[in-house]
Design a protein around this ligand. Structure first.
Ligand code: SAM
Length: 190
């Protein structure tokens, strides 16, 4: 398959925006796969700010980072991303070059804990305001369960009305696949 799948497409976008020494955000650390990818991308002199509401996710992520020797370049907050603007120190505001929101629930875990439109939208707004110009926010949207479909609709209607003078907003989606596979919305700040 030559067309990029969702995960490689996400990582490619982030790789284009983020370079060694940069500051980035993983808004939903989950099992830490994206956090690890970002930690590698920013290198020793960069920093990743991570968020999750579940202790289990924080612990899994810390363990994964530790195994790779990357713990010291990541700050993980055990709190919702809806207060990320307050949690990320002011010195980094305006300097974040990449962010990923891998939405929905943690696989093989408590499916009653999932991202919700109000908090996700609040986080995206804060994230956008602290991004550097040309920074990219990637939203990976899981809409194969009822609440996920509600979040999808809220995000699409919010993102479609973002002023084109302030951001390039992209949707990347396989439109002939069964069972509502995840898709991407990417927001590049101008
Ligand atoms: N990026 C993760 C990875 O690489 O393994 C997968 C993330 S998983 C699809 C979604 C995560 O969002 C869950 O771990 C869940 O606890 C978390 N979550 C739900 N609501 C949240 C919120 N308000 N703020 C931050 N994380 C939240």
């Amino acid at each position: 398959m030559k067309v990029e799948k969702i995960l490689p497409f996400t990582r490619n976008l982030l790789s284009k925006a983020v370079k060694n020494g940069d500051f980035v955000v993983d808004a939903t650390v989950g099992n830490g796969y994206d956090t690890l990818f970002l930690a590698e991308l920013v290198g020793e002199s960069g920093r990743v700010f991570g968020f999750d509401v579940q202790e289990q996710a924080i612990l899994a992520t810390q363990e994964r980072l530790k195994q790779h020797g990357f713990l010291d370049r990541v700050s993980i907050f055990h709190t919702g991303h809806e207060i990320l603007g307050k949690m990320i120190p002011a010195e980094y505001h305006g300097r974040i070059t990449g962010a990923v929101f891998n939405l929905g629930y943690l696989p093989k875990s408590d499916k009653s804990i999932f991202t919700r439109p109000e908090t996700t939208l609040a986080a995206i707004e804060q994230m956008f305001s602290i991004m550097a110009p040309e920074g990219i926010i990637v939203l990976v949207i899981y809409h194969g369960f009822p609440e996920g479909a509600v979040e999808r609709d809220a995000l699409l209607s919010y993102c479609q009305q973002i002023d084109q003078k302030t951001a390039h907003v992209l949707k990347y989606q396989f439109i002939n696949q069964q069972n509502n596979p995840p898709f991407i919305i990417a927001i590049e700040k101008i």
